[in-house]
Write a protein that binds this ligand. Structure first.
Ligand code: SF4
Length: 65
């Protein structure tokens, strides 16, 4: 049983697309050919198995519009 609900793939993709701290850990992503589908927290160096400290902030922040 998980204590906390895991963010959905769509949430991670959405957050990463607007997150100012998104840094892909895969060097291949550093090229200018980042596909929209590759921009997700799973590919970010800050993700650490869902322990990113600002994920919730970004997720709630993008709800304000
Ligand atoms: S893992 Fe954290 S820093 Fe990386 S894109 Fe997602 S919310 Fe932003």
């Amino acid at each position: 049983m998980t204590e906390r609900e895991t963010p959905s793939f769509e949430q991670k993709r959405y957050v990463a697309s607007v997150c100012p701290e998104f840094h892909p850990r895969n060097e291949g992503f550093l090229s200018n050919t980042i596909d929209v589908g590759d921009v997700t927290c799973d590919a970010c160096i800050h993700w650490n198995d869902g322990e990113c400290g600002i994920f919730d902030e970004v997720l709630t922040g993008i709800d304000q519009t």
